[in-house]
Design a protein around this ligand. Structure first.
Ligand code: ATP
Length: 898
């Protein structure tokens, strides 16, 4: 063994014998793949595209002079001396243009420039900036269609607009289908392109609503066309109106590239809205906005000497570097996303339209009365009993439409909301300058040198971003947090060192004049209107004025904490209102828990539309702790039931399940039904924990752990963010957390696992910890009267017969004591007993199916049958034993009970 080991060890090399290292062999593929080769190829391609462009453009003016020479010498033009051409790119330019334009595809040859340009840019940058495949497709189709079209329309002109190829194809077409046919084919191509590119909405004019009815109902004259528009709901109105408002600014468009649409409102706000879907999909780049309102001009005037206004309009990202004469450090003022303001102003607002709805509602009642005698009526009745949407009638070939039952339901209009304050971010140049100087001076006192300082003005705070000089330790600045706060003599200073992903240090300083962020602005924004989130919630605005709109379904639960009076209740209203503005009553239900009794009582009016409650309860908004425990447990049962349904349907989450149900792949007779999202809102969690402790904590933790996939989401708020309220179990299951201002750093740590919330300034100023990042937001403001109007608007519309019923939860201890009152039997008791005895199977689902009853009622019947001694006790998943074997035996029991 030792010998073998010895053999394997190579002898140490003799330094004298060492040969120079061989150069590593490089294969051709490696050279081709090398980054540098690609960059060179990119540069060549880019230059070639520029070359072609100049040559072609020059050809347009010099073709007459150069054509003879190219014809005369052909390829020999390169070797012949004394040939003078006029093309800007000489003989080569003249020859290449002649080949492409005269002998090829005419002016459509310019498309070649685009392809080489795209190829060049992609290779040079090393990533797919533009789609090459798409451009090649455009090239091929463009060459064919444009060359023929040019040849067709300009055939009599001297210049070869269609090129030889275009003329040849044009001649063929004319021969085969005649001039008219060719014109028709070209027209068809143009129309197809237009439809493909812009997908215009083509609508058949609909019948207008009878003016007499509308007038009667509304009490004012409503032109029929407007009436129709109002009835369509927000989305269509949004789509229809902006056509007039959207002003494509040619000049600015050049600056931003043709992919952008620019929108300008009366106040000079220019919003660049990307056309492409992919661009819209990226929330961070959804809008690039240049604000041109007054404060902006002031700042420009102060910091930038004489920048021409119109020149400025072509700037995509506003970053002003002024020539700071007196100071070493110029202050860059960064402003972004004042977008939704213009959005909101240009967005048409619909008036609540109640009376026509009432008419509809009455129509519906009449209809229902007419069909009272039909068979399906029983099904309806049972569904109403459960408060759950009944299995829809109608053809099995069509998709199930959950909103059909309340098909006249209208989403609230934006007019119900108010604009609070001016909504304009107010910049005070003097304030900015003073803060900047103060920050620099403070840092200087501690020998901290900085390279650059920039400011972003938000609704409540301004973020000063500092780039420290090389060698300065970030921890030193972090440690000076309190000193800087002291020297700026302002509350609410927060230092972020470093700003994640930026390499700068942020100092947030509260603005002297703060701006209220109106809910209306957020809801009017394109990001809210056109997102595809399951449960979109508009929370507020970031410092850079970008709207913070997220999907509650992906959060998946939210914990909110903050000292009293700092904006929690407004925050909860904001979330609820966002959902009410986007969801139909069939898609969403709220379980509202309000131990304070007054905070959520406004929502009482929407009980039959959006609220869920326990069977037999009077009030849908739960204020009593005991009832909260039952409701939470009922939610756990609902969760388990939903999981059973999902399992049977072979789906992993509510989305898949609902999709399958909509496609009618799930049988309602087997208990399947369209599942609405359920959002549980608890306004004062601390109070519940104090009074019920584990009894509340456990079901909450269970729901938080498991309920996401079945569409149950929790929003829990507390004003006492201490560790005994927000326990480890709760915290671990709430990855998204919001902190309003709290009283101590410890509280901040309890909520966010980081300090900072104690530095906030209140009134909706908040930190949200989401996706591992902590972001400072100004919460949107929605006032109580606004919420009231929204709830009234919804409440006035036709709703379900009652609130959505949660499964019944019976406390085991109570159930043991409770004797079923057989004097108060269900009217269907006899039928159910006969059914069970005839089938000799004690199954609740049998009663449900055969008697077309909801789960709760069937369950109650089964309990009564047990109390009457007809079936045995519950055996879990197995059917109960039937104790009565014959009909005569059953008749005896029934007679006795009668
Ligand atoms: N986003 C906001 N923008 C502007 N002002 C706000 C905002 N949120 C709250 N405020 C102001 O703060 C006040 C208190 O807010 P709110 O009632 O939501 O506090 P709270 O935390 O729920 O208090 P409590 O716990 O005592 O109920 C509001 O009346 C309002 O004036």
């Amino acid at each position: 063994m030792a010998n073998r080991l010895k053999k394997k060890t190579p002898p140490p090399p003799n330094p004298d014998e060492l040969k120079p290292e061989k150069e590593a062999q490089v294969t051709v593929t490696e050279v081709v793949k090398d980054e540098r080769t690609q960059k060179i190829a990119g540069a060549v391609s880019l230059l070639f595209s520029i070359f072609l462009f100049i040559a072609f453009a020059s050809y347009l003016f010099t073709w007459k002079q150069d054509q003879d020479k190219v014809f005369q010498f052909g390829i020999k033009i390169f070797s012949t001396d004394d040939v003078q051409v006029r093309n800007l790119l000489g003989v080569l330019g003249a020859y290449v243009s002649h080949i492409f334009i005269y002998k090829g595809f005419g002016v459509a040859s310019f498309l070649f420039c685009t392809v080489f340009f795209v190829l060049g840019v992609n290779l040079l940058v090393g990533k797919k900036v533009f789609s090459l495949v798409r451009n090649i497709k455009y090239l091929i189709i463009g060459l064919l269609v444009l060359s023929v079209a040019f040849a067709f329309f300009t055939g009599r002109l001297e210049f070869p607009f269609g090129g030889a190829v275009g003329e040849m194809m044009n001649a063929w077409l004319i021969k085969w289908i005649g001039r008219v046919g060719t014109g028709f084919v070209l027209g068809l191509a143009a129309v197809s392109y237009f439809i493909w590119r812009f997908n215009p909405t083509i609508k058949w004019p609909e019948r207008t609503v009878k003016p007499a009815v509308a007038e009667d109902a509304v009490g004012e004259e409503v032109p029929p066309v407007i009436e129709k528009k109002r009835r369509r709901g927000k989305e269509e109105i949004v789509a229809a109106e902006p056509e007039e408002e959207m002003v494509p600014l040619e000049k600015a468009e050049k600056g931003f590239g043709s992919n952008n649409k620019l929108k300008k409102d009366g106040k000079g706000v220019v919003v660049i809205m990307p056309k492409d879907d992919e661009e819209v999909a990226d929330p961070m780049t959804e809008f690039d906005v240049i604000e041109r309102d007054e404060p902006r001009v002031e700042i420009n005037d102060l910091y930038k000497n004489g920048i021409p206004e119109d020149e400025d309009e072509d700037v995509v990202e506003e970053e002003v570097e002024e020539e700071w004469q007196e100071d070493e450090f110029p202050l860059e003022l960064k402003e972004t996303a004042e977008d939704e303001e213009s959005e909101e102003e240009s967005l048409p607002v619909t008036r609540p339209e109640r009376d026509p709805l009432k008419i509809k509602f009455n129509d519906k009642i009449d209809m229902e009365l007419e069909i009272q005698e039909t068979k399906d009526n029983h099904l309806n009745e049972t569904a109403e009993e459960d408060g759950k949407p009944a299995a829809r009638k109608g053809s099995l070939e069509t998709l199930y439409e959950p909103t059909l039952e309340l098909s006249d339901y209208q989403l609230p209009s934006l007019e119900l909301l108010e604009t609070h304050g001016s909504e304009k971010i107010v910049h005070d140049p003097a304030e900015l300058e003073a803060n900047k100087n103060q920050i620099i001076a403070t840092l200087k006192n501690y020998d901290i040198a900085i390279q650059r300082i920039a400011a972003t003005v938000g609704p409540t705070v301004t973020l000063y971003e500092i780039v420290p000089a090389p060698g300065v330790r970030i921890s030193r600045i972090k440690n000076l947090e309190d000193d800087i706060a002291l020297s700026l003599a302002a509350l609410g200073i927060r230092i972020i060192a470093p700003i994640p992903g930026k390499g700068t240090i942020g100092i947030e300083v509260p603005n002297v004049r703060k701006t209220v962020v109106s809910m209306k602005t957020l809801l009017a924004s394109d990001k809210f209107q056109s997102n595809a989130f399951s449960l979109p919630i508009a929370i507020g605005k970031k410092i850079d004025n970008e709207n913070f709109i997220v999907d509650l379904a992906s959060m998946p639960h939210l914990l909110m904490a903050g000292a009293t009076g700092q904006g929690k209740s407004v925050g909860i209203n904001t979330l609820l209102v966002s959902l009410l503005y986007k969801k139909h009553p069939s898609q969403l239900k709220f379980v509202l828990v309000d131990p304070k009794k007054v905070e959520l009582s406004l929502y009482r009016t929407i009980e039959n539309h959006f609220l869920a409650k326990l069977p037999g309860e009077e009030e849908a908004i739960i204020t009593d702790t005991k009832k909260v425990i039952n409701t939470l447990n009922a939610l756990c049962i609902e969760m388990d039931n939903r999981y059973d349904l999902l399992k049977e349907a072979g789906c992993r989450n509510i989305k898949e399940y609902n999709e399958k149900f909509t496609k009618r792949k799930l049988n309602p007779q087997r208990g399947h039904q369209y599942l609405p999202f359920i959002v549980l809102v608890v306004d004062e969690f601390a109070d519940l924990i104090m009074t019920a402790g584990k009894e509340v904590e456990m079901p909450i933790a269970r729901l938080a752990q498991l309920a996401r996939a079945v569409g149950i989401h929790l929003i829990i708020a507390t004003q006492r963010p201490s560790v005994n309220i927000i326990t480890g179990t709760i915290k671990a299951n709430f990855p998204a957390r919001i902190a309003f201002k709290v009283s101590s750093k410890i509280d901040s740590r309890t909520i966010l696992d980081a300090g900072g919330a104690e530095q906030l300034i209140g009134k909706g100023d908040m930190l949200i910890s989401y996706n591992g990042e902590i972001t400072r937001l100004q919460c949107a403001f929605v006032d109580t009267p606004e919420v009231e109007h929204i709830c009234e608007f919804i409440g006035d519309q036709q709703g379900y017969p009652q609130a959505f019923l949660l499964p019944e939860y019976v406390d085991e201890k109570e159930a043991g004591d409770r004797e079923l009152d057989l004097g108060d039997r269900d009217p269907l008791f006899e039928d159910a007993a006969k059914l069970i005895v005839a089938n000799q199977m004690g199954s609740t689902s049998l009663i449900q199916r055969r008697m077309k009853l909801g789960y709760n009622r069937a369950g109650r019947l089964m309990d009564q049958l047990e109390a009457a001694g007809i079936v045995g006790p519950n055996l879990g998943s197995k059917a109960r034993e039937v104790l009565v074997k014959t009909d005569s035996e059953l008749m005896e029991i029934l007679d006795m009970m009668a």
